[in-house]
Design a protein around this ligand. Structure first.
Ligand code: ADP
Ligand code: 5GP
Length: 197
């Protein structure tokens, strides 16, 4: 069983959380799982974050991220346009507030794929949010995936693995843990949690 639930399960469908946060160490497979889920269910809406990181090959502005300069990120933060933001392994990342609030106000489910620091901020500002942790089957497998992805130089991989140790230790703070052994299984479990109808 790859799903671990904490706390009580809501009794009625209406009581289900509309805002779901997916976190987990870099390289665990968050993007892969979300992409798989959205391939089958394009209606599952994912917030597009702003980041100061450079695009990886194949990443598109406005689709995977809004790729912004340091100055643009400064402005987004100063103008209160981000619901949460954090510095992760040398770059800043943040969730544009307006699009998320619009969706929530119309009663539509919202999924954020953000780091631990961001998840903690959301828990503070929106305590009703459901926090989902994606865990690797083992530490060795996480290292293999992060290295095998081949998108970061060794020193960035080291920074991300250092962050991963901290993120893994925070797993008990989350409402649900999914272990990413099978992409298909986890995508199905996540879809059920996000509650897309
Ligand atoms: P994250 O978004 O969490 O940083 P990615 O989705 O980029 O991670 O996945 C990191 C690497 O692990 C990718 O090369 C991806 O293909 C691979 N991967 C993801 N999920 C699995 C899985 N269940 N089994 C094996 N490899 C996986
Ligand atoms: P990557 O550079 O691998 O795309 O992302 C690095 C980390 O930043 C991941 O843990 C990812 O979940 C996180 N991240 C992506 N967008 C956001 C965001 O808007 N806010 C926060 N706090 N973290 C984010």
């Amino acid at each position: 069983m790859a799903v671990k639930l904490r706390g009580t399960t809501p009794e009625t469908p209406d009581a289900r959380p509309r805002l779901t946060v997916l976190s987990g160490p870099s390289g665990v497979g968050k993007s892969t799982v979300v992409a798989h889920m959205r391939k089958e269910h394009p209606e599952a809406w994912l917030s597009v974050s702003a980041t100061t990181r450079r695009p990886r090959p194949g990443e598109k502005h406005g689709v995977h991220y809004f790729f912004v300069t340091d100055e643009e990120m400064d402005k987004l933060i100063a103008n209160g346009e981000l619901l949460e933001w954090a510095e992760f392994a040398g770059n800043r990342y943040g969730t544009p507030r307006a699009a998320v609030l619009e969706r929530l106000e119309s009663g539509e489910p919202v999924l954020l794929e953000i780091d631990l620091q961001g998840a903690r901020q959301v828990r503070e500002s929106m305590p009703e949010a459901q926090l989902v942790f994606l865990a690797p089957p083992s530490w060795g497998e996480l290292v293999r995936r992060l290295t095998g992805r081949g998108t970061e130089p060794p020193e960035v991989i080291e920074r991300r693995l250092a962050a991963a140790k901290i993120e893994l230790a925070a797993e008990p703070e989350f409402d649900v843990t999914l272990v990413n052994t099978s992409v298909e299984d986890v995508a199905r479990e996540l879809l059920a949690l996000v509650d897309v109808v």
